[in-house]
Design a binder for this molecule. Structure first.
Ligand SMILES: [Mg+2]
Length: 250
């Protein structure tokens, strides 16, 4: 992997679509959540104004910009309200895409997740913080791994869980994955793999990065890419990447 400072104009000569993960890339990692007695408290993070401005610049240069996240649509629309004119949103690990106000559903998980969800709702454990509202996948925030959740999900052969150190994402294997969303978006936009750059920092980004011609890692300890962005810098990974693209793009 090369540092992002080595990305050149030649590397992006075919680039048309830039796919950004949200958590750990556009906003810092970590979600504040608390669910007690049917009251859900959920912290909403904001994307720094400097990044919003630079995404507008990218769009003016002719790039398509997509945010591909495990989060739900309402949350993404809320967090990215100022730039909805310029971006598309692929959400809940590739389950669907919002593009210019239209929703393209890529996965139907209802029959496979409905009963599992009912079971998980009744797990009582001191380390479970709450369920994040989602339409197609199940996300359970926990203080640490909860064996009971993993045991229940493991009984469902077609269902995966990913533990990302703050929550479990639970969905259908090979279907509710970010790369499926990206492939569908590419079809909508009529683009090839070589036209796509993707950046992500976590385990649910691995398949998405493999589906892009220019994969960028925002955490080399968790995901691999052709290039990487340094984690410990004060600037968020998305901003470091956008700065470099704007630098080299004529
Ligand atoms: Mg992330």
């Amino acid at each position: 992997m090369k540092p992002i400072t080595e990305l050149s104009e030649k590397d992006i000569k075919n680039l048309k679509l830039i796919v950004l993960d949200l958590d750990g890339v556009l906003v810092p990692r970590g979600t504040k959540i608390k669910e007690r007695a049917n009251i859900l408290k959920l912290g909403i993070k904001t994307v720094p104004p400097s990044i919003i401005k630079k995404i507008r610049l990218l769009s003016k240069k002719g790039f398509e910009i997509n945010v591909n996240s495990g989060r739900g649509l309402w949350m993404l629309q809320h967090m990215l309200h100022d730039i909805l004119d310029f971006i598309s949103l692929t959400y809940e690990n590739g389950s669907a895409t919002w593009y210019k106000g239209k929703i393209y559903q890529h996965a139907n998980s209802f029959s496979k997740l409905h009963h599992l969800y009912e079971k998980l709702r009744f797990v009582k454990h001191k380390d479970i913080l709450g369920f994040e509202p989602k339409e197609f996948i199940i996300t359970i925030h926990c203080k640490k791994r909860v064996n009971e959740i993993e045991k229940i999900v493991s009984k469902y052969k077609e269902v995966y869980y990913i533990w990302n150190n703050e929550a479990y994402d639970i969905g259908i294997k090979n279907l509710q994955i970010k790369s499926r969303g990206l492939k569908s978006l590419r079809e909508i936009l009529k683009l090839k793999k070589e036209n796509v750059m993707a950046i992500g920092d976590n385990y649910n980004d691995i398949d998405m990065l493999k589906e892009s011609g220019i994969p960028i890692s925002a955490d080399p300890s968790r995901v691999k890419g052709d290039f990487y962005v340094e984690l410990n810098k004060k600037m968020l990974p998305a901003e470091q990447l956008i700065d470099r693209i704007l630098e080299v793009k004529k």
